[in-house]
Design a protein around this ligand. Structure first.
Ligand SMILES: *Cc1c(COP(=O)(O)O)cnc(C)c1O
Length: 353
């Protein structure tokens, strides 16, 4: 009998979330599948999201696997290429490539002009992560136009605050100014902008987190947005301890019982991807009922408070996040975001589809 932890991936939830995106826009959908499809398994995700108009990721090996699996849609390399040798593969596998920095332009110039490359030119509209400064764009554009291998150019930017109160107004105006002279496709919107700012949709939207069924917003739940969780992390209680007043639990004795109580030991720890910094009181489901974690998460186990669940015991089903327990709630309690929890799922956790 294997250890009871499992990650359940709901393929029809992925499909349904893609439809939510589809209904929200008339732009083409570039599904973001970086970080192994936000931890859901990139090939699995691509199959469920096959109605996407394109896919975007980081690793050229992954992109090649997708082509070999028969994916025909555009595949966008979000950080472009990392060395000159990547360019031949990008051309051979007909991948689309972000260009965000001058060093990439220099490599591109040295590239044989016979290849064919579709480029997404990234503009820095204020996030100051990747992209050319607004005043560099005209010159970069000229250089790309001169390059014989460059086929199609799309203009893109990425928002730092689409999910925050700050919103997108400033960066959007800046980007629109930069893009105005060019008759080219445009792409700006992540999930938050797709859901909240139709004026950012342009020709391609780039949803990520919403496809996996989590809300990009702090104040709006996934359910309110019509999204279904694609990943549910489940395990079971493998032991029960009866505590007396004054007893402590776990490394560092982070929790001390004030009265006698029952706690369950759950087969899930940070080596499975559960956040070690989740404090006392992080929500958890035991037998479908809400409970709380206690004590410090250890490598392979964590503690659940069973005081209010007298019927729960060894073998009780536990949901760490997903169906019935929004991942955002767990993330918030642990001081992080759903994205990080999804990506942190480790290889030792068996995946069930
Ligand atoms: C990750 C990423 C996205 C998707 O963001 P979500 O918040 O997950 O929707 C879109 N565009 C770029 C450039 C990204 O890196």
């Amino acid at each position: 009998m294997p250890r009871p932890i499992q990650a359940h991936i709901n393929l029809s939830a992925l499909e349904s979330n893609l439809h939510v995106a589809r209904r929200a826009t008339s732009a083409r959908l570039m599904s973001i599948i970086k970080a192994d499809g936000y931890g859901h398994g990139v090939l699995r995700v691509v199959e469920a999201l096959s109605a996407s108009d394109g896919f975007a990721l980081l690793d050229i090996q992954d992109a090649m696997r997708l082509r070999e699996a028969g994916i025909r849609q555009p595949i966008l390399m979000l950080e472009g290429f990392f060395g000159a040798e990547d360019l031949a593969l990008i051309s051979e596998y007909n991948l689309t490539c972000v260009i965000h920095s001058a060093w990439q332009l220099a490599l591109l110039d040295a590239y044989p002009k016979s290849g064919k490359l579709d480029i997404w030119l990234k503009v820095n509209s204020g996030m100051n992560r990747l992209g050319f400064a607004p005043n560099e764009v005209a010159q970069v554009m000229e250089q790309l136009h001169r390059h014989r291998a460059v086929r199609e150019i799309t203009l893109m930017t990425h928002f730092a605050n689409a999910d925050e109160v700050r919103g997108v107004a400033g960066p959007l105006a800046l980007f629109n100014d930069i893009a105005a002279p060019y008759r080219m496709a445009r792409s700006l919107a992540n999930s938050a902008a797709l859901l909240r700012y139709p004026e950012t949709h342009g020709d391609w939207v780039r949803p990520g987190i919403m496809l996996y069924g989590a809300s990009p917003f702090a104040e709006t739940s996934a359910q309110q947005l019509g999204l279904q969780p694609a990943m549910t992390l489940r395990s079971r209680i493998i032991a029960v301890q009866e505590l007396r007043a004054g007893d402590e639990i776990g490394y560092g004795a982070l929790f001390r019982a004030e009265h006698s109580m029952r706690i369950g030991i759950v087969a899930c720890g940070y080596a499975d991807g559960y956040p070690r910094h989740a404090p006392n009181g992080t929500p958890i489901l035991v037998d479908g009922q809400r409970a709380q974690t206690l004590g410090r998460v250890s490598m392979d186990m964590l503690y659940a408070d069973l005081s209010k669940l007298p019927q729960a015991g060894v073998g009780s089903a536990v949901t760490l996040w997903g169906d019935g327990l929004p991942i955002e709630e767990v993330a918030r309690a642990a001081g992080t975001v759903s994205y990080e929890l999804m990506c942190a799922l480790t290889d030792r956790v068996p995946v069930v589809v």
